[in-house]
Design a protein around this ligand. Structure first.
Ligand SMILES: [Zn+2]
Length: 192
């Protein structure tokens, strides 16, 4: 198992949590072959820490087992990827990944990474109440917008502002009474 459990987590750990962790990790090739310490938190949904110990980098996430979603696991794994990308830049070794640091950035990259992480709305990205309350109706389209925003970032440093505006527009255009809704002409999964 690529996971080491803290003693508090060991008491709460079960097959469901392990299955969710393993499924999530399969979407993070950059974290594979690393050991991730998994601890417990009750205060928030989760947290992630990178610690440098001599030449080693220790990766830790903490999860709230009672409210566990793929979105949270993906978000915390993405923080580890952000940290590793920073380390790689600092060490000038290897090819730096393009994941910028920041909470909203973490949300955007997590949603874009896989549909798996769209089971719950993200925490930091600004969403209209309608989208937050009816997340499952909007998840797929908002994920497409996140992918488009990542592509846009190459030429537009205000890509998150662009994304939040597009999400607001999407919600305004979409009829509240259901139906197929509007179509977006966006590049689909580009392997990000
Ligand atoms: Zn975070």
């Amino acid at each position: 198992m690529p996971f080491v459990l803290t003693s508090k987590m060991e008491k709460r750990f079960n097959r469901r949590v392990l299955a969710m962790l393993e499924r999530s990790l399969s979407r993070f090739p950059e974290l594979q072959e690393r050991t991730i310490t998994v601890g417990l938190t009750r205060k928030n949904l989760g947290s992630a820490v990178l610690m440098r110990k001599a030449s080693e980098i220790k990766l830790t996430i903490r999860l709230n087992v009672r409210k566990l979603s793929y979105q949270t696991i993906g978000h915390e794994f993405m923080h580890l990827s952000q940290g590793l990308a920073r380390e790689r830049i600092a060490l000038r070794r290897g090819r730096a990944t393009k994941i910028p640091s920041g909470e909203k950035q973490c949300d955007v990259w997590t949603l874009a990474r896989s549909q798996l992480f769209c089971d719950d709305p993200p925490t930091y990205l600004r969403l209209p109440k309608e989208a937050r309350d009816n997340w499952s109706r909007y998840a797929r389209l908002i994920r497409s917008l996140c992918i488009a925003a990542i592509i846009r970032r190459e030429t537009n440093r205000f890509y998150i502002r662009w994304l939040e505006t597009e999400i607001r527009r999407l919600v305004n255009r979409r009829p509240a009474s259901g139906g197929e809704g509007i179509q977006l002409s966006l590049p689909l999964d580009t392997g990000i």
